[in-house]
Design a protein around this ligand. Structure first.
Ligand code: ZN
Length: 690
């Protein structure tokens, strides 16, 4: 999978890397071609009646899920969200097979998505070509005569998403969200995150030695003799470790102030005399800039020393490695694709088997041509009625937050007024964009899988870089319509719900209102709350990083979030690996706030419709249905290796804690299920931020 550089604070419902198909954790051959249906708003079959909802609500709401739907061998985890993605992938598969079959009547977009998909599926052609499609780039690396030639090569690599040394792109200026500026960010690592290079313990050490072996294997498959490959791999590991040392960790990167350092271009040139930025910028062809955001200045100082101290042969080996490692492995010959799977999916995430090729090619097409595929998808699968129902729910949740803010007893009137102003300025984006992206200049050639991937990357990076200096397009989307995920953007101050997530059970027109508020309402509430979590609250109504809080209110807010940090720090995800309460704080705040907003909105809805809250329906009161709907969003199971990977890289807590960690903070839950104060799901002391 190509790594995408996204320089936007996108606070998601699920990990971004796993978005479309909750994605990389998925699916392959024989055992995994099972087709799934969408589950109803409340699925009684999933409930484990022998569990006590007051002791472990996740087990009660979801206990039967793993028995009914065991993790397929081509996944590192499986749950309700993954079932929706399997279902959606099947639809996209049929669409793409049809588009690939060709015919005169294809629209321009159908030609592109059909041929992209068909080229990805043509493993015989890919194998036959071998490394030949990479050869021009390998030749450019081999031809490097001095480090002075690095800027030009890195400019080209940047455009085709090769993750070498650092990242360069465009972002909205944190301090003035109407401006689009250039950004230079840390990068260049091959392991999932900085701390993988330094973490102590047997598992971490084993991962590092497996990683060095993986680099060796890849270099060998690219034609290097064994001893040279092994020696290069070690040097590459040393270089990446040095880069990691000067990189900022993911928890610190959550604070926008830590990744915002505007400086004149001349100052960047002063701290990195070994790297000629003027040559890089000329080659990357952006409009001339005078200043930019250098996210982590210390990283670039360190990078400068590394370029000075590393010999050219090691740099060349590192570039060969990053070139192949950054390439979408579906476009590589089978032996390299298998080796990539073995390390990144099997060893790191515990996935026993590779996913079927068609699923990986559906994903690759979505990633390259998301809005072309999405346009066809929406026309077929997202009727106006789905959009209307969602709009209503979003408005109800926003009204709930308004009410919640009004009754807040810990915030001063001045801060409250600014919070309300921000809330009222939130833009709602539902289903798909009003204006579709124009792909007419992107050439997709049948039979050229790697060329297509590179051209798609260049097309997207050019589109991003061309924004610098231009006005912001507030209608733009950061996710494709079939994506089963959602996000809040702090600089846009908008909430975004792609069509993919607006399907049962998250929104089910046959479910009760209670169930829909528990499922979909909590997701909407989650995204809205992101505007007010420890990260989002630092941005104002216009999307500017601007402290609108009084010192007193900040202090009270931090006391409240400290409670959540401690609560989640205590949860053990797997073996000796505990959740990182600080890394997951924003997501946990959004989960907790989201459910409360959905609860307030549902009570208002029940009042409007005269729903009797004591009247059981199908065995459950409306409030029990509400909480069960919420809990069942997360039904599923995750393999231990994937859990470890998740806790160490993902700001979202594992599924069980996204349920239990939240309901135990809502005494209303305990009341709905008749729990006694002091039971695990109804502790005497609980946390509440929003
Ligand atoms: Zn989130």
């Amino acid at each position: 999978m190509k790594k995408i550089m996204v320089y936007r604070i996108m606070l998601t419902w699920l990990f971004l890397a796993t978005s479309l198909v909750l994605a990389q954790t998925q699916s392959s051959s024989s055992t995994s071609d099972k087709t799934y249906k969408l589950l109803p708003g409340l699925d009684k079959q999933l409930i484990n009646n022998s569990a006590d909802p007051c002791v472990d609500f996740f087990e009660y709401a979801c206990g039967n899920f793993p028995k009914l739907y065991p993790i397929p061998s081509d996944r590192s985890g499986f749950g309700v969200g993954a079932m929706i993605s399997e279902y959606t992938q099947n639809i996209l598969h049929t669409m793409l097979e049809k588009a690939a079959a060709g015919g005169e009547s294809r629209t321009a977009n159908e030609q592109k998505i059909g041929d992209y998909y068909a080229s990805c599926m043509d493993i015989d052609a890919i194998d036959k070509k071998g490394l030949q499609p990479l050869q021009p780039d390998l030749d450019r690396i081999a031809a490097l005569k001095s480090k002075d030639e690095l800027p030009a090569l890195l400019a080209h690599f940047q455009m085709i998403n090769v993750n070498a040394f650092f990242g360069f792109g465009e972002q909205q200026d944190f301090k003035d969200a109407t401006k689009q500026i250039a950004i230079a960010d840390q990068g260049g690592l091959g392991l999932p995150e900085r701390d993988y290079y330094f973490r102590k313990g047997d598992v971490a050490e084993k991962t590092r030695s497996e990683y060095v072996q993986h680099i060796t294997n890849m270099l060998k498959l690219m034609g290097e003799p064994e001893t040279q490959a092994a020696s290069d791999a070690k040097k590459i590991m040393d270089l990446e470790t040095a880069l990691a040392k000067v990189s900022l960790d993911i928890t610190s990167r959550r604070d926008p102030k830590n990744i915002y350092h505007m400086m004149p271009l001349s100052q960047l040139e002063t701290i990195t005399p070994e790297f000629a930025w003027n040559r890089f910028l000329t080659d990357i062809k952006i409009t001339p800039i005078t200043d930019l955001n250098v996210t982590v200045p210390d990283f670039f100082k360190g990078l400068n020393s590394l370029i000075a101290s590393t010999d050219l042969d090691t740099i060349k080996a590192y570039l060969r490695w990053q070139l192949v490692n950054s390439t979408d492995s579906t476009a590589l010959p089978k032996a390299l694709d298998d080796e990539e799977f073995d390390f990144n999916r099997h060893k790191l995430a515990g996935q026993p088997e590779q996913r079927p090729r068609w699923k990986r090619c559906v994903e690759a097409t979505d990633q390259a041509l998301g809005e072309a595929l999405g346009q066809v998808y929406v026309a077929q699968e997202f009727p106006p009625s789905s959009k209307q129902a969602t709009v209503q729910m979003v408005h109800d949740i926003e009204a709930a937050m308004d009410e919640d803010l009004e009754h807040l007893d810990w915030m001063t009137a001045a801060t409250k007024a600014r919070a309300e102003q921000k809330l009222h300025a939130v833009a709602d984006k539902i289903g798909y964009p009003d204006h579709w992206r124009d792909y007419s200049k992107l050439e997709v050639i049948r039979g050229d899988a790697l060329g297509n991937a590179d051209r798609a990357a260049e097309f997207e990076n050019r589109r991003e870089l061309n924004k610098i200096g231009k006005p912001v397009d507030r209608g733009e989307w950061g996710m494709s319509p079939p994506t089963i995920n959602a996000y809040y953007s702090a600089t846009m101050n908008d909430i975004n719900f792609p069509a993919g997530i607006l399907q049962p059970p998250f929104y089910d027109k046959n479910a009760t209102d209670a169930e829909n508020y528990g499922h979909g309402g909590a997701i909407v509430g989650h995204e809205l709350t992101h505007g007010f979590d420890d990260q989002g609250r630092q941005f104002d109504a216009n999307g500017n990083l601007d402290d609108w809080w009084t010192a007193e209110d900040t202090k009270r807010f931090e006391q409240k979030t400290d409670c959540e940090v401690k609560e989640y720090d205590n949860f053990t995800a797997v073996d000796d690996v505990k959740i990182n309460g600080k890394l997951t704080l924003g997501e946990n705040t959004a989960d907790n706030g989201g459910l409360r907003l959905a609860y307030i909105a549902f009570l208002a809805d029940a009042k409007r419709k005269n729903i009797d809250l004591n009247q059981k329906q199908d065995g459950y009161t409306p409030l029990q249905q509400f909480f069960l709907g919420f809990g069942q969003d997360w039904c599923g199971e995750t393999r231990p290796q994937q859990l470890r990977l998740q806790v160490q890289t993902d700001p979202h807590s594992p599924r069980k804690f996204r349920v239990d960690g939240v309901v135990q903070n809502m005494p209303e839950f305990g009341k709905a299920f008749g729990c006694k104060p002091g039971q695990p799901m109804m502790p005497v002391n609980s946390c509440r931020v929003w």
